[in-house]
Design a protein around this ligand. Sequence first.
Ligand code: ADE
Length: 243
Amino acid sequence: MKFHVMTLFPEMIEQGMRTSITGRAIDAGLISMHTVNIRDYARNKHHKVDDYPYGGGAGMLMQAEPVYLAWEDICRGTETDPRVIYLTPQGSVFNQKLAKELAEEKELILLCGHYEGIDERVLEEIVTDPVSIGDYVLTGGELPAMVLMDCISRLVPGVLSNGESAGTESFEGNLLEYPQYTRPEEYHGKTVPEVLLSGHHANIEKWRREQALIRTLERRPDLLEKADLSAEDKKILEKRIDL
Ligand code: ADE
C-alpha cells in the first residue's frame, strides 16, 4: 500500500506515521508514504494558498489551483488512477468496512483541507471519496488522514505481528470485542473470570461470544441490527434484555 498525502503540514503526517507500528511497517517496506506539500504548488511569490470566499462569510478557503497541480504531479508518478479521499466532516463516516475496502487498493491519495475548506471546483474534479471520521469538526484533515492510514495499514498483510489479531476484534461481524485479562490473576480484589483459567477452549469461546454480545447490546445496540446472529446468540440477548 502506498499513501500519497496532500497537505499543508507534511511534517505532522511524517512524524505521526513514522512512529510505532506504522513506522515499523514503513521501515519494513510493507507500506510507504509520500507527503506532498500543497504550498509548493502555489505560483505566487509568497506561496499563498488561501483566499476569501466569494459571497462573504467567515474564514479563508484553499484555492483550487495548487491543489490541482499537486494532484496532477502525484498522478504523473502512479500506474493507475488512485482513489482520492478528501477528509471532510461532510463525507460519509469512516468505518471498518470502508477500511477493508480501501486496504485492497495499491495506492491511495489523501487530501487534507485546512481553513474553512477547499474551492468546490477542484473537489468536483479530483475527489472520488469524501470521508469524515465522525460528527465533530477538527482544525484540518491531517489527524483524520492519519486515522485512516493507521486503520488501513493494520489490515495490510504482515503489518501486525500476530496474524490473528486483525480477525477477532471489535467490529468483526459488527460486534464489539469481549473483555480481556492478563496477569496477575487478582488485581485490586478482582479476579479473572474462572472460565478463562480452565483451559477448556470450547467454553472459553462460548463465554467470549456471550460477552461480545452483551457488551455490544450495552454500549452499541445500533450495531446489532447488522450483526450476524445465530439462534443461540439471539437467546442470549433476549435473556439479557429481559433482565
Ligand atoms: N476535517 C475537519 N473535521 C473533520 C472530520 N470530522 N472528519 C474528517 N475530516 C475533517
